[in-house]
Design a binder for this molecule. Structure first.
Ligand code: EPU
Length: 419
């Protein structure tokens, strides 16, 4: 298993180009199952989760031609597609559940594995299933699989999600695109990745409109061929902005519209970072002394992203004073805390709130990654630690950060991948 060796503390200076968004690419790729015509998706990030989704599409019968740089996929679907998403495919990436909506909508049946829990929480899919049922999907759960079918095309309906869910909103939007008649989805997640999905579908002739948290979908019979460029990864960008703030760095973050991380940039400004935004780049200068923020709370967009919580915690460890972070999205997303403590952090957890002492002098140590964002938090802490840190199990990082060691090396981090 690969690991990283980081020799801290490191200075951060230079520029970094942000890759395409993993969490926008996944639903867009799943939605290509709705098409009879060729689709071209550009700006895919070269990360493991995208390979997993492409392999899943291939296993269902899609033909995929990747460009030389592997960022563009040309996708055509066979006349006869398979509708079986196996456990081995779904268990490695929960995002695979996003094929259920398009399979049932386009092929009227599917056998899709239940994803199971994961380290950050139980992550059930009850909202996906209940809402798809309202569109006419019949299903039973047997042997760990969702056996689903519908009598022909799904039928538009009025649906209100009991709670905001990114995945359920995406699955339903994709399914309703080819349903008969109108669908109204209320209490939707409105993360930028979801808006990117609806922009993609509309570029192919779908009829989707937004009004606040309500999504109005007028079902169409079929979609046209289209070419679409996925948005940039706001969490990757946010992670690099935290790195610059944390290490008193000076960084140019390129290739992303700053408005997608406005909330997080506002937080970084409050810690003392000097930030200038342009149409497609951010200039960020970290402060000498990081100011603590009393209460950070993760929330659905436009709140502070849960996918930035672990990185912000490292920043608060280095702040000159006490702070707290409340995690409101996932029930168990503090796996990084014990590992940060091994590097010297003083953090106390009570229910879903972490109380952080601040003024931490991180000392390099051997630590272990548990999930994608927890792993990147350990990388950030190692960058500002004294001495060597070994970060084990970095396959979690490879799932969602494109060649992170190359990007970090370029801006001054002494990092090495050990095979
Ligand atoms: N939930 C349910 N029932 C459902 C669906 C969700 O109870 O049917 C709960 C979840 O357990 C969780 C909350 O609702 O407590 C929110 O979950 P959501 O459905 O919004 O999350 P997701 O779709 O599973 C996506 C991202 C995550 C990101 C969350 C929140 C993808 C592929 N994944 O997950 O990304 O943290 O939204 O923004 O888009 C990551 O990239 O590291 C990552 C975990």
């Amino acid at each position: 298993m690969d690991k990283f060796l980081i020799n801290g503390p490191c200075k951060i200076k230079g520029n970094v180009t942000i890759s395409g968004s993993k969490n926008a690419s996944l639903p867009i790729l799943a939605a290509t199952l709705l098409f009879d015509q060729t689709v071209i998706i550009k700006n895919l990030p070269r990360v493991k989760d995208i390979n997993t989704m492409l392999n899943l599409l291939k296993s269902l019968g899609s033909k995929i031609i990747l460009s030389k740089d592997k960022r563009t996929a040309k996708i055509f679907n066979k006349k006869k597609m398979k509708t079986f998403a196996s456990y081995s495919m779904v268990k490695t990436m929960r995002g695979s559940i996003l094929v259920l909506g398009p399979l049932i909508s386009k092929y009227f049946k599917s056998k899709t594995s239940l994803p199971g829990g994961c380290l950050i929480g139980a992550r059930p899919i009850n909202y996906h299933l209940a809402a798809l049922k309202k569109l006419g999907m019949k299903y039973e759960l047997r042997d760990g699989y969702i056996l689903a079918k519908s009598k022909g095309r799904l039928k538009g309906a009025n649906i209100k999600f009991p709670n905001i869910s990114v995945g359920a909103t995406e699955n339903l939007i994709i399914a309703a695109t080819l349903a008969k008649g109108k669908t109204t989805l209320k209490n939707c997640a409105i993360e930028p990745e979801i808006k990117d999905l609806t922009k993609f579908l509309n570029s192919a002739g779908a009829k989707i409109k937004w009004s606040g948290r309500t999504c109005l979908i007028n079902g169409v019979n079929s979609l046209n061929s289209t070419e679409y460029e996925v948005m940039a990864d706001r969490i990757e960008a946010g992670t690099f902005c935290v790195a610059a703030t944390l290490a008193n760095g000076n960084l140019e973050v390129k290739n992303l519209r700053p408005d997608v991380i406005k909330t997080e940039l506002d937080l970084l400004k409050r810690t003392g970072a000097i930030i200038k935004t342009y149409e497609k780049k951010i200039l960020i200068k970290g402060p000498k002394k990081i100011k603590p923020i009393k209460h950070i709370k993760t929330k659905e967009w436009p709140g502070v992203a849960t996918d930035m919580q672990a990185q912000l915690m490292v920043l608060m460890c280095k702040a000159a004073g006490k702070s707290s972070i409340t995690e409101n999205i996932f029930e168990n997303r503090f796996m990084h805390v014990a590992e940060l403590q091994r590097l010297g952090a003083k953090i106390n957890i009570k229910n879903n709130t972490a109380k952080i002492e601040g003024n931490t002098k991180f000392i390099g140590a051997e630590v272990m990654s548990s999930d994608l964002r927890a792993s990147v938090a350990l990388v950030l802490a190692a960058i500002v630690s004294n001495g060597k840190s070994h970060i084990n199990r970095i396959y979690h990082l490879d799932r969602g950060y494109e060649k992170i060691e190359n990007k970090l090396k370029k801006i001054g981090v002494k990092i090495k991948r050990i095979k």
